[in-house]
Structure formats: structure tokens, C-alpha cells
Design a protein around this ligand. Structure first.
Ligand code: SF4
Length: 376
């Protein structure tokens, strides 16, 4: 059995203008049923037997911190009743600054949560309003301070760059604000415009304007320079951490290792098989209440497809992929599978070969989508 568990909580106070995740505003009345349904799915999954204790548990969303204190206690009680959890397990939860007060932070600590990923996105109130966040910059600062006050010492802040109206200067101010909070981890995502989101409409009808390519390149340069000075190591395309604070759950994911997943729309990956749950939260609850399975789609990866996927996901990390590990795991030789493509990517300074590893160059990380498209 996998040693990682993901749990999806699909509720949000309001839908952000850029968001295309499986998340819903206005479904608070379903939360109670949803927590019950998760308990049923948890029992089903755990009944498959457990070979190793869970090393990581990750509550993502949506907004997991929107669950009430009672619901959180019930959910974590159910997980620890069904699964053995390693003593030093990383137990993370995503939190929205508009949804965590000191009492909730205390509850999370009591539930065993030891890593908090706070979705700040920006420390500029104007930028926050444009992207439709429910909180202010000041509330975000208070959330981080409160988390530290109740004893959290493994904190991550999410920021977005390339936002409408954002300049290199305001990005620098954002990053400086995040670094002033003494957090251990930063996730920095470049905004992508998803289809059919309100933000797409706002851009199309000229209400807001995205920064141009040069401005985004300047933001990337600011990130590299500021974080290096502060000993934040980039370990994945969008993720930076102080020593020993990489997100273990996500590293397992980028290593393309097995993980369980519970909840509406959650995707598990076990023994080469990817299974996606029903996305609609009401339907998900109804099926579990009726004792029915909640699987919506299954995909069994062929051996070489799985190899290629492991390469692509592994290359997201700065350390890249180890060709010996790939050989041991798949019995396939990296150079034989990719032939001249690797040589070509290396000659274009997108990829680099180490003694037993292959990794993206700085230029390769900037054009990661292009590199991945050639290796898929
Ligand atoms: S809080 Fe997160 S999941 Fe919810 S709408 Fe905003 S971006 Fe999407």
C-alpha cells in the first residue's frame, strides 16, 4: 500500500476569478455529509490492507480550512483510526487566510497537522481584488503570524506572479513581504489563464491587462536573485524551500510514486493505475451513502508510458531523474528510449546530463512545457 494519502475538500467561500479547480462556493450545507462520505471512502480504501505506515497526508482543495473544527477533528480521527501513520509523518493542509482563526489553528495542531500551506497569492490588495481573493494582504500577514504563535514551524506561502496589472516592482514587493514572514517554503506559480474563467473574460474584454513577456522575465530574474540571497533553494519549477523543508508529499508525487486519494474528483495512482473519483460533491456523497463505488475513470499506463511519465514528472525537480533508478524501476535505458532527442535538447541548453542524472537547465525550466512535449 502507498505511504501517501491525499484528501480533497472541494468547498470555497467564493470562487476566485482564475480558478478552474474542482471547487465550489455556496455548498456549505454539504460539508457535514461530505465528511461522513470521506469516512466511508477512507474505510473502503484502508480495507485493502496497509504494508507501510503513511509518511505523508495532504488535505488540499478547494479550501480544507473551511471545514469546522468539529469536522476537522472527525476527519482526522477517521484517518488515524483506519491508517497507521508514521511518527514523523508530514501532515499538511492548505489554508486560506480568510478561513483560519487561532481556534482553528489550535484544532489543526491537535489533529496532528504539522505543515500549513497558506494561499496568500499576493500581498497587494489591488491584485487580490482583481483575482477575486476573499482576504486582504493584512489578513494574510495575520494568518501567518497566528500560525507561528500556535506553534507551526513548517509554513509555506503560495504567491502568484504575472497577475493582471502586476509590475516587476510590485512582484519584488510581494516576494520581499513573503520573505519577511520567516516561513520555510514558498510556492510561486505563474498565472495561467484557464478557459471559461471570469479572468479570461476580463482579459478578453480589456478590463484588465497581463504583463508582457519581458516583465514576466524580469519577475523570474527577481525571484532567482532574492531567493538565492535568502538560502531558499529551488527544488521544483514552482517550489523553493529552506534546507530540509521540501514538501515530502509533493516530492513523492513528482517521483511518480503511488498515492491514495479520497474525495470528490480526487485522483489516486497505485501500481500503474490512475483512478479518478466522481467530481461532483453531491453525487460523490450520494454514491457513498448508497454503498456504491465512486470511481469515474480508470487509466492503466503501459510500461513505457509510465517510464516516460516518471521522466517528465521527475524533470520538474531541479535534481532531475536518476538514470540508474529508472533502469532499476523499469528495466529501460534512458538513452535508448529517447535516442537523439536528449542530445538535441542538451545542445539547445535545455537539458543537461550529470554522471547518472539528467536535469533541466535554468533555460529548460523556463521552457519546461516545450521540453516535456518532446519527451512525452
Ligand atoms: S480558494 Fe483556491 S480552490 Fe478555492 S476558488 Fe480560490 S483558487 Fe480555487
Amino acid at each position: 500500500m502507498s505511504s501517501s494519502l491525499y484528501i480533497h475538500i472541494p468547498f470555497c467561500v467564493a470562487k476566485c476569478n482564475y480558478c478552474s479547480f474542482n471547487s465550489y462556493a455556496g455548498l456549505e450545507r454539504l460539508q457535514e455529509r461530505y465528511v461522513d462520505a470521506l469516512a466511508v471512502e477512507c474505510t473502503q480504501v484502508a480495507s485493502g490492507g496497509q504494508e507501510t505506515p503513511l509518511e505523508t497526508v495532504f488535505l488540499g482543495g478547494g479550501t480544507p480550512s473551511l471545514l469546522s473544527n468539529e469536522q476537522l477533528k472527525r476527519l482526522f480521527g477517521g484517518i488515524s483510526a483506519e491508517f497507521e501513520i508514521a511518527k514523523d509523518a508530514e501532515i499538511s493542509i492548505e489554508a486560506n487566510p480568510g478561513t483560519i482563526d487561532t481556534e482553528k489553528l489550535d484544532t489543526l495542531r491537535q489533529c496532528g497537522v504539522n505543515r500549513l500551506s497558506i494561499g496568500v497569492q499576493s500581498f497587494n490588495d489591488k491584485e487580490l481584488r482583481i483575482i477575486g481573493r476573499i482576504h486582504s494582504a493584512e489578513e494574510a500577514r495575520t494568518a501567518v503570524a497566528n500560525a507561528q504563535a500556535v506553534g507551526f514551524n513548517n509554513l509555506s506561502v503560495d504567491l502568484m506572479y504575472g497577475l493582471p496589472g502586476q509590475t516587476a516592482k510590485s512582484w519584488q514587493q510581494n516576494l520581499t513581504a513573503a520573505l519577511s514572514l520567516s516561513v520555510q517554503h514558498l510556492s510561486l506559480y505563474q498565472l495561467t489563464i484557464e478557459e471559461a474563467t471570469p479572468l479570461e473574460g476580463m482579459i478578453q474584454d480589456g478590463r484588465v491587462h497581463l504583463p508582457d513577456e519581458d516583465a514576466v522575465a524580469d519577475m523570474d530574474a527577481i525571484t532567482a536573485s532574492l531567493l538565492e540571497k535568502r538560502q531558499f533553494m529551488q527544488y521544483e519549477i514552482s517550489n523553493y524551500a529552506e534546507k530540509n523543508y521540501q514538501c515530502r508529499h509533493n516530492v513523492n508525487y513528482w517521483n511518480n510514486r503511488d498515492y491514495h486519494a479520497l474525495g470528490a474528483g480526487a485522483v489516486s495512482y497505485l501500481h500503474g493505475k490512475r483512478v479518478k473519483n466522481i467530481a461532483d460533491p453531491s453525487h460523490y456523497c450520494a454514491l457513498l451513502e448508497a454503498g456504491q463505488p465512486v470511481h469515474a475513470e480508470e487509466e492503466c499506463l503501459q510500461h513505457e508510458a509510465s517510464f516516460r511519465e516518471t521522466v517528465i514528472m521527475g524533470l520538474r525537480m531541479n535534481k532531475g531523474v536518476c538514470t540508474d533508478d529508472l533502469q532499476a524501476r523499469y528495466g529501460l535505458d534512458f538513452e535508448q528510449v529517447y535516442g537523439g532527442i536528449v542530445q538535441d535538447l542538451c545542445s539547445r541548453n535545455l537539458l543537461e546530463r550529470g554522471k547518472k542524472s539528467v536535469y533541466l537547465t535554468a533555460k529548460g525550466r523556463t521552457f519546461a512545457n516545450l521540453v516535456m512535449a518532446e519527451l512525452v
